[in-house]
Design a protein. Structure first.
Length: 443
């Protein structure tokens, strides 16, 4: 406790860090207030049916990602997922279309152009999703819930929903620039955490109302199991394998060279939580295509891919996560550039020739260690389905892995790592005795 108090005092002494923390908290507060602002023309006292619709199933997940804005008929109801979907499309195009490949090689100017195209695509996706959300409102709520009616309400609400998501994007970018961590990931995490108190309360009430005794014992077992899953997730997020590389260190004074053993850290889970976010965004497509109002009555493929406890849903999620893990790892880790940097600095891998052989060696090692990482990531992602099968309430089961837990762990570690970097850079003690918290800088 004494160490914690001392660390908080040290954080408060660093003006830049203090400003970033306050900026982050202020922007998060603006976002949370926005999730409670109901669309103009909708009576907020008659949203019970909409809240019931999003209590379980795929719409419950969507409501979690929006921080409850979906069930509140908020101006932020469509959340940040349209932007994630647009980002997926642009990154896929970056692997197949020469124009986007050229933009990726142009540095900062190319990145700005890609961001601009991503925003335009996000607006297009929003203008497609907004009518579906409004149709769902009309199907779930009584006619008396709409103060405004007709084309005026539809058109104005479409633009408000579109502007709402774009504003959330802007908040995320401001958090990234002037706050701590990755703004988009932090906004998603805050929305997930906001659901945790109510989820654990529902689970407590459910256990207390059980006909047979032992409800509190089962709740205790569930909490212990949740703690174990959290620890495993932390290990997954922080997992690394170190590849020894022999560097020639030049001693400037006498022109002599001596061998110094260093390491290149290759992550078992280099892609972080992005594969699971991408996979979840893809899994939301069926309800977008059939319409939010038809999600509960969907049949065939749409029904199979909209049931979070179903076999085909979880199999598809697992395969997508494995695929996106390799895809995203290939984007952020370039063995060719890594080998070139080693060669320029006079480094080499013992027993491996510099150049092409080093590239092949790094690529092989990365592929081998990514496979178990991607499988473990997929397993953690489908853990909520097993929890629900074991009798855990769906709202609480979502925290037994899946996107929610991985995002929370990854974003928290990344934020703590940034705080620790500020402390260590100014010669203060870090948050941990070891002074090393491994975050997810690529989120």
């Amino acid at each position: 406790m004494k160490r914690l108090i001392e660390t908080i005092k040290n954080i408060w002494k660093i003006d830049d860090l203090k400003t970033r923390i306050l900026n982050t908290l202020l922007l998060i507060l603006v976002y949370r207030l926005g999730t409670m602002v109901v669309l103009p023309g909708v009576d907020p006292s008659q949203l019970a049916a909409l809240k019931n619709q999003t209590a379980t199933g795929i719409l419950g997940l969507l409501d979690m990602f929006s921080g409850g804005a979906f069930s509140n008929a908020s101006i932020f109801a469509l959340g940040i997922m349209p932007y994630i979907s647009a980002s997926i499309v642009i990154q896929l195009l970056g692997m197949a279309v020469p124009y986007f490949q050229r933009l990726q090689r142009e540095g900062e100017s190319g990145r700005r152009k890609i961001n601009q195209i991503t925003r335009i695509l996000t607006v297009i996706i929003l203008l497609v999703q907004a009518p579906g959300y409004l149709a769902n409102l009309h199907s779930q709520l009584p006619e008396s819930a709409f103060i405004l009616k007709g084309a005026y309400f539809t058109v104005s609400s479409m633009f408000i929903l579109t502007a709402g998501t774009m504003f959330v994007m802007w908040l995320g970018e401001r958090i990234t620039d002037r706050g701590l961590g990755n703004g988009i990931s932090l906004i998603i995490m805050i929305g997930i955490i906001a659901r945790f108190p109510s989820a654990i309360w529902v689970e407590l009430i459910s256990r207390l109302n059980e006909q047979q005794g032992g409800g509190l014992v089962m709740l205790l077992i569930e909490m212990i199991a949740l703690g174990v899953v959290i620890l495993l997730t932390i290990l997954l997020v922080q997992g690394t394998r170190k590849i020894p590389v022999q560097y020639a260190k030049r001693i400037v004074g006498n022109k002599q060279y001596g061998g110094v053993r260093q390491y290149i850290p290759l992550k078992v889970n280099a892609a972080g939580v992005m594969p699971i976010i991408f996979a979840q965004a893809i899994m939301f497509l069926p309800i977008v295509l059939v319409g939010f109002s038809n999600a509960e009555t969907a049949t065939g493929i749409a029904s199979a891919l909209s049931n979070p406890t179903g076999f085909w849903y979880n199999l598809t999620v697992g395969l997508l996560i494995i695929l996106f893990t390799y895809f995203y790892t290939a984007i952020i880790i370039n063995p060719t550039q890594m080998a070139d940097d080693m060669k320029k600095n006079g480094g080499f891998i013992p027993g491996v020739k510099p150049g092409k052989k080093t590239v092949e060696y790094l690529d092989t090692v990365m592929s081998r260690i990514t496979l178990p990482g991607s499988i473990f990531l997929a397993f953690v992602a489908i853990m909520p389905a097993f929890a629900m099968m074991a009798g855990v309430q769906s709202s609480f089961a979502y925290f037994y892995g899946g996107t929610s837990l991985l995002i929370m762990v990854g974003v928290v570690l990344d934020t703590l790592q940034q705080i620790e970097s500020h402390l260590l850079m100014r010669h203060y003690d870090g948050l941990m005795k070891s002074g090393r918290i491994k975050g997810r800088s690529n989120m």
